[in-house]
Design a protein around this ligand. Structure first.
Ligand SMILES: [Zn+2]
Ligand SMILES: [Zn+2]
Ligand SMILES: [Zn+2]
Length: 696
């Protein structure tokens, strides 16, 4: 940039106006100017001084660096800077930094032996714990030593005394570095810095040979039909030289497969491994929120087909067993000794896609249904950081409105984009956690238990009726009472609270973070951000509840809250439903399943565009159309009928078949299914849908 300034005409006025005024030149990260880079910088500095018409003898050079070695390095550094700046050696001063151990106030402290864990635990306040630890001479000398240089754990253990285990030593370090209470003026007894190294997991690979001699421990189980497992990519098994394939999982049910490529001669090989695919693993973290339909169709050569090697006994979703040469992957005819015998997941018509052999979900065109086993930095950081932060001291003057009591995190990374994404994600997670805890506590505060006296009375009646009911013809009464008792007992153990959606928005909007912190902090950064706390509150709640995630966590999937639709609760079930032995309550539950797994899954939810923008989830709101509607398009979903073949839509039919015990082949049952789905549409349509121009 400096180089650029010297030649750019727009910058000329700056230089003209500053002639003779250049007094200071600061070189940051001075240790990085080595070799030709140093020569270039040194020449550049001379040109700069020339342009500003100053002499090196009148300019102060400041070089800053966090990386300066010992005494020898200091003289080296002086020479280096003198050369770099073109000034005599005498004009260079090296100012180093050194850690100072603050003295301890030892008045009234007498030496004691190392405390036991239980002794420390019994000391409830920080001050007494600190005094107890200070009283140990070994801890005091450790404190001095660690200020001067790092020490391995082994040395620390020895310093603490004979017989101290690694674990105990770590525990002592842990309590010694405990952060001080907010009003405490001194530093922690032993302010430690930890360097933790974690290896990310780019995938899991396995030898496909069941006879592999590398199967040990858990791999010896019958449930694992393959060979040795590897945590780094390799082409051949270390133990038996067979092919090694990557392990993939079904996104919906977690079923395990090995993934392979098949050429036109039915020869299987491993899919070429691209290291590059793991760099951007931030996407992997949020994929559950990505729309099911948002799939890019990859152009792939059709000569090779992706195949999945199944790990289970045969079922109707698999091809017949075939034998392959374990080293070359070539298919072998007839009975062959030593062949690898496997089954591939079958490809299904009409579109020739693989379906998961346990949950039946079809693969997408972009091969998104089956994913590799990867755990990247975002995952580790996401888990580690909240824990680290919660142990750090809060900001002194923080108000309750600041998230995490104003604790802050600084990250350094080679990937600027990654950092930006991670920061956004942290913010997102913090908001989400706050909303979750708010909703949970709100509901808890509203919860009521049924009066226990009712239960006792019911239980009494049931106990009296039970032995005599059959003889006096009161079986149905007994059954009724038993059910009531059962219900009462369950609800007593699980008290429930409920609140209307609008009331919940109102209540959340009145909390400090939503009323003060969020409007101010977001407005400072984005001029168009939502600033009305009611709107923010609605956005936060929609973020949590717009959809029931398939594999991620939410208040709903954790079982902490559920959404109910009062208007649907009063819907009368159709005759067909009652004839199958079902009642109004179960009809409502089925309608709720339709709303949760069709409408909400497809984002057929009314959300203002303005609100959607700030939710931080990638989705498109859609409209639902009646089952007979001919209107299609990317933003509409037609109510599922047996004819529809959209990914995921068959779920509701499968569900009904299981609940009502219907057979997919029986035409009567098929008609019944179709009628019930239409009845469900009518109920939902008349009770909760709102008509708009493009649908409901
Ligand atoms: Zn092997
Ligand atoms: Zn082997
Ligand atoms: Zn599955």
């Amino acid at each position: 940039m400096l180089e650029y300034m010297l030649i750019r005409s727009v910058d000329q006025p700056i230089i003209d106006n500053s002639k003779g005024k250049l007094r200071w030149i600061v070189l940051d990260e001075a240790h990085t100017y080595l070799g030709s880079n140093a020569a270039e910088v040194s020449l550049l500095l001379r040109r700069v001084m020339q342009a500003f018409e100053v002499d090196a003898s009148n300019v102060h050079f400041v070089a800053t660096s966090a990386t300066i070695g010992g005494q020898e390095a200091v003289s080296h550094l002086r020479k280096y800077l003198a050369d770099l700046a073109g000034i005599p050696l005498e004009r260079v001063d090296v100012i180093g930094g050194r850690r100072v151990t603050p003295p301890l106030e030892m008045k009234g402290v007498t030496d004691k032996a190392l405390p036991t864990a239980s002794e420390l635990e019994a000391l409830t306040d920080y001050e007494s714990r600190r005094h107890r630890l200070m009283a140990v001479p070994a801890i005091r000398s450790l404190r001095n030593e660690l200020t001067l240089k790092p020490m391995p754990l082994r040395a620390i253990r020895e310093r603490l005394g004979a017989g101290v285990s690694n674990h105990e030593a770590l525990e002592i370090l842990d309590v010694c570095s405990e952060s001080t209470p907010k009003d405490w003026k001194e530093q922690p007894l032993l302010p430690l810095r930890g360097h933790f190294f974690m290896r990310t997991q780019p995938g899991v690979w396995a030898c496909w040979n069941e006879q592999c001699c590398g199967r040990t421990d858990q791999l010896l189980s019958k449930a694992w039909p393959f060979g040795a497992v590897f945590f780094q990519h390799r082409e051949r098994c270390l133990h038996c030289d067979s092919l090694v394939l990557e392990v993939v999982l079904c996104r919906d049910c977690g079923e395990v497969y090995l993934s392979a490529e098949e050429n036109d001669k039915q020869k299987l090989s491993s899919i070429p491994w691209k290291q590059s695919t793991i760099i951007d693993d931030f996407d992997v973290e949020i994929e559950d929120d990505v729309d099911e339909e948002d799939e890019k169709i990859e152009s792939r050569s059709t000569a090779k087909l992706r195949q999945l090697v199944c790990s289970r006994p045969a079922n109707e979703y698999m091809d017949c067993e075939s034998g392959y040469d374990r080293n070359t992957g070539e298919i072998l005819g007839g009975v062959n000794e030593g062949a690898v015998r496997i089954r591939l997941a079958r490809r299904h018509d009409p579109d020739h896609r693989i379906r998961c052999v346990t949950c039946g979900e079809p693969d997408s065109q972009a091969y998104q249904q089956f994913r590799s086993v990867r755990v990247g930095a975002p995952f580790y950081l996401g888990v580690a950081i909240p824990t680290l932060l919660s142990h750090a001291p809060g900001k002194e003057k923080a108000t309750a409105a600041l998230p995490y009591e104003g604790r802050q995190l600084i990250t350094f990374t080679d990937s600027r984009q990654g950092t930006a994404r991670f920061a956004a994600r942290m913010e997102f997670e913090a908001e989400r956690n706050f909303v979750r805890s708010f909703v949970y506590h709100k509901l808890w505060s509203l919860s009521r238990r049924d009066k226990p006296v009712d239960i006792d009375k019911l239980r009494d009646e049931v106990l009296k009726l039970r032995p005599v009911a059959a003889s006096i013809g009161l079986e149905s009464l007994l059954q009724e009472k038993e059910e009531a008792l059962n219900r009462a007992e369950t609800s007593a153990n699980a008290p429930k609270g409920s609140i209307g959606w609008n009331e919940l928005i109102e209540a959340l909007s009145k909390t400090d973070p939503v009323a003060y912190f969020l409007p101010e902090s977001t407005r400072a950064r984005y001029s168009q951000a939502l600033s009305d706390s009611k709107k923010i509150s609605e956005m936060l709640l929609l973020r949590e509840f717009v959809r029931r995630p398939r594999t991620g966590n939410s208040l709903e999937t954790l079982g902490l809250a559920s959404i109910h639709f009062n208007k649907l609760e009063t819907a009368n079930p159709p005759e067909d439903w009652r004839r199958k032995g079902q009642n109004q309550e179960s009809w409502y539950l089925f309608l709720k399943v339709c709303v949760d797994y069709f409408l909400r899954t497809n984002y057929c939810v009314r959300i203002a565009d303005d609100t959607r923008r700030w939710m931080g989830l990638r989705f498109q709101t859609r409209y639902v159309q009646s089952p007979d509607s001919e209107r299609g398009g990317a933003v509409t979903r037609t109510w599922p009928t047996l004819r529809t073949n959209r990914r995921g839509d068959q779920r509701l039919f499968t569900f009904l078949r299981l609940v009502l015990n219907l057979k997919p082949q029986a035409s009567d049952d098929q008609l019944l299914l179709e009628r019930l789905m239409r009845d469900a549409w009518k109920a939902i349509y008349s009770k909760i849908l709102v008509e708009e121009q493009r649908g409901y």
